[in-house]
Design a protein around this ligand. Structure first.
Ligand code: ATP
Ligand code: MG
Length: 396
């Protein structure tokens, strides 16, 4: 008999009135994420997502791996459905988990009965199935306190399910329930992690990347698109807005005092990102800024760069140590790509002595020779929109 996945919902179950909307979204997300692996039926009952392969040709291992990166799921297991009687449950345990029991020194059975019509209590099921399994596996002792292996039996509405220990899910909230935000995505370590973290809180993510050809290369751009693709493993599809930033950077170099170069450049980035965000239905910006990491990430610098924006700027990494950020980058698989050595436009025309405690007045004065509006409009006219999804081919 076939194998199905049971995925337990996380915080979703706590959200009373929103529960329906959350579950609807999660179901839609799971459906979409299973699609590349074949025809799967996806439904939710009793705060559990059921994922059932509908044809022999389904790539169940591929789907299982993908299921680990769906936000809103706290834990998941592969299990074997069977009829709701003790003989069928025992047979399913033997056929599906027998080998695991042969490898373990001790075990216990843990049962849950949500179908209260079932004639035995949970404890009764565990005792009965445990005794039969102990007979069938004489080298594996019952140990209810510290078992090496646990057999789970769940008697639900339409069937019983047996499985081994569950694995941790991606956690967080289902993508889409937290609104949509535009992430300023560079080729560094931080911004892909920032995008991941806000996606984990249920946000749909779009991205903007500022690109200064010929000061930065095509490879630098491909690297960012590849990072975006890696983030979509968790966030779902994404559109990357690639903005040509060369004219703005040259205008700043030619018309502004050097110590303000980076700040002025970042004010352009923020404003352009905000306008793109509003055009694409995004209610917030996301950056990978981190307090004190570089000159443009002091509180004063953030005040000056944030002043051009009237929507929230989410900085999920602001209070983290670099080590903590690197650990997440490694876990989500973006680190290796991030550390490839291609130039980012932030490193073009970097001032020798950047201003770390600027005031807004100083910066407004420093950028007064620029025709901001005309520069921004031309940059917006240059935007190239590139769609990326995890199943696309790797770019690097
Ligand atoms: P990262 O590792 O994300 O590049 P960083 O520590 O290098 O961050 P900065 O270069 O100061 O820091 O950039 C701070 C934030 O500004 C980035 O996290 C990102 O959100 C945004 N940013 C920087 N450069 C670009 C770019 N070329 N395009 C889009 N966003 C950018
Ligand atoms: Mg950077």
């Amino acid at each position: 008999m076939k194998e199905i996945f049971l995925m337990k919902l996380g915080e979703v179950v706590l959200k009373g009135a929103n529960k329906r909307q959350f579950e609807g979204r999660l179901r839609q997300n799971v459906r979409r994420r299973m699609k590349p692996y074949g025809d799967f039926d996806v439904y939710i009952m009793q705060s559990t997502v059921y994922v059932e392969p509908m044809e022999e040709t389904c790539d169940v291992d591929g789907a299982w791996e993908a299921a680990h990166s769906i936000f809103g799921v706290v834990s998941l297991c592969r299990c074997r459905p069977c009829e709701k009687n003790l003989d069928a449950i025992f047979d399913a345990c033997q056929a599906y988990l027998g080998e695991d029991l042969d490898c373990a020194k001790s075990f216990k059975v843990e049962s849950k009965r949500s179908d209260k019509q079932f004639p035995l209590t949970s404890i009764g099921i565990s005792q009965e199935i445990g005794a039969r399994l102990a007979d069938a596996h004489p080298d594996c002792q019952v140990d209810v306190h510290h078992p090496e292996y646990t057999v789970y039996v769940e008697v639900r509405d339409f069937a019983a399910y047996v499985h081994g220990p569950a694995e941790p899910g991606a956690g967080g909230l289902p993508t889409g329930v937290g609104g949509r935000a535009m992430c300023l995505l560079s080729g560094g370590i931080d911004s892909p992690v920032a995008a991941y973290m806000m996606a984990k809180r249920g946000m749909e993510i779009e991205a903007v990347h500022f690109f200064s050809y010929p000061y930065t290369s095509q490879l630098a751009k491909d690297k960012v698109l590849e990072l975006a693709r890696l983030v979509t493993r968790y966030s779902g599809r994404m559109t990357v807005n690639v903005v040509s930033f060369t004219e703005i950077q040259e205008a700043i170099r030619d018309n502004c005092p050097e110590e303000f170069f980076t700040l002025i450049m970042r004010r352009f980035m923020m404003e352009i990102a905000m306008r793109l965000a509003k055009g694409d239905g995004c209610g917030a910006l996301i950056t990978g800024e981190n307090l004190g990491q570089v000159a443009s990430q002091t509180m004063e610098a953030m005040t000056v760069t944030g002043a051009v924006v009237d929507i929230p700027i989410f900085m999920p990494l602001v209070g983290m140590d670099k080590e903590e950020i690197v650990t997440i980058a490694r876990k989500i698989g973006t680190l290796e790509t991030s550390i490839l050595p291609y130039e980012d436009c932030c490193t073009v025309f970097t001032p020798k002595h950047p201003k770390t405690k600027p005031t807004l007045g100083q910066v407004l004065h420093a950028e007064q020779k620029l025709n901001r509006e005309a520069l921004i409009e031309r940059a917006l006219a240059s935007v190239e929109k590139i769609k990326v999804a995890y199943h696309d081919e790797a770019l690097l």
